[in-house]
Design a protein. Structure first.
Length: 284
């Protein structure tokens, strides 16, 4: 009996001093599998969209390519960049479940989302505005009281419309294309979304001059990449990649490529935003 008790006590001591088994980090997983699983959107011009060759392109895609290149350099081996399309409804949960290592497209960093996932530093700034037909008479959120306004459900834009214009008749659409079609057909008078995304929709419309983006920003929408919670090494790796791009000027070249005067959607960077981007880069 004494021997059994001694064995039992020894087992308890071992359990108490044993090192806990830690979950595999993203960097460890990528090194083991040789794959970087990245989520993005397929219709968010100019951040991530499918081109005429059926390939994903855009500003966010180029940022993912930069992360991919730096990964290969750090790990000293070839890594496959597996780009997967996500939706507005799945983009957070798929990171929470660790089905992907990073999501990068046009996701706003919010405090609510930060409870479930982590975010990189900001790589773009915009805000909620309205896309309307030319000649609609709608110039701001004040003009849509009692009228049908399209939004993407559970988006920062939906929250902003409901808070700032409670008299609007809010209609939800799962994707931008469906909302734009409703606007085109006259089933809604305005589509509320991030100003840059609305500019992208208008630019790619059959008749771009038939539409206009109106009103001041009525929300703040800083874009950042989404990464799994509680993995600071991976978050730091993504952030340090962006800081290097800012420091060597490559970030501003990519911005100009997609959003400059000759970009897919011209959206000049203000001096205020440029200074903020520079301030986000920490010293080595």
């Amino acid at each position: 009996m004494k021997r059994c008790v001694a064995v039992w006590l020894a087992g308890l001591l071992l359990l108490g001093t044993a090192t806990p088994v830690l979950a595999e980090t993203v960097l460890e997983k990528i090194k083991r599998t040789g794959v970087l699983a990245a989520g993005t959107r397929g219709s968010n011009i100019p951040f991530a969209f499918i081109d005429e060759k059926n390939e994903l392109r855009g500003f966010s895609i180029d940022l993912l390519e930069a992360i991919h290149a730096r990964l290969e350099k750090k790990l000293g081996k070839q890594i496959r960049l597996d780009k997967r399309e996500v939706t507005n409804a799945t983009r957070i949960s798929i990171v929470v479940n660790r089905a992907i290592d990073i999501e990068c497209s046009s996701t706003t960093y919010t405090r609510g989302r930060d409870e479930a996932v982590d975010f990189s530093i900001t790589f773009f700034f915009t805000g909620s505005q309205l896309l309307v037909k030319q000649g609609s008479g709608i110039k701001s959120l004040a003009d849509v009281a009692g009228k049908r306004v399209g939004v993407i459900p559970e988006s920062t834009n939906e929250k902003a419309v409901r808070a700032s214009q409670p008299k609007a008749d809010v209609v939800t659409f799962q994707e931008q294309a469906a909302a734009f079609l409703a606007l085109e057909q006259g089933r809604i008078v305005a589509f509320a979304s991030d100003g840059i995304l609305l500019a992208g929709l208008a630019a790619k419309a059959r008749n771009p001059k038939d539409y206009e983006v109106v009103g001041d920003f009525f929300s703040k929408d800083p874009y950042a990449c989404v990464v799994p919670e509680n993995d600071s090494k991976w978050r730091d790796f993504v952030n340090h990649t962006f800081m290097e791009l800012i420091d060597n000027g490559k970030y501003f070249e990519l911005y100009d490529k997609w959003l400059g005067a000759r970009g897919v959607v011209p959206y000049p960077m203000s001096d205020q935003v440029r200074n903020y981007m520079l301030m986000q880069s920490m010293p080595e």
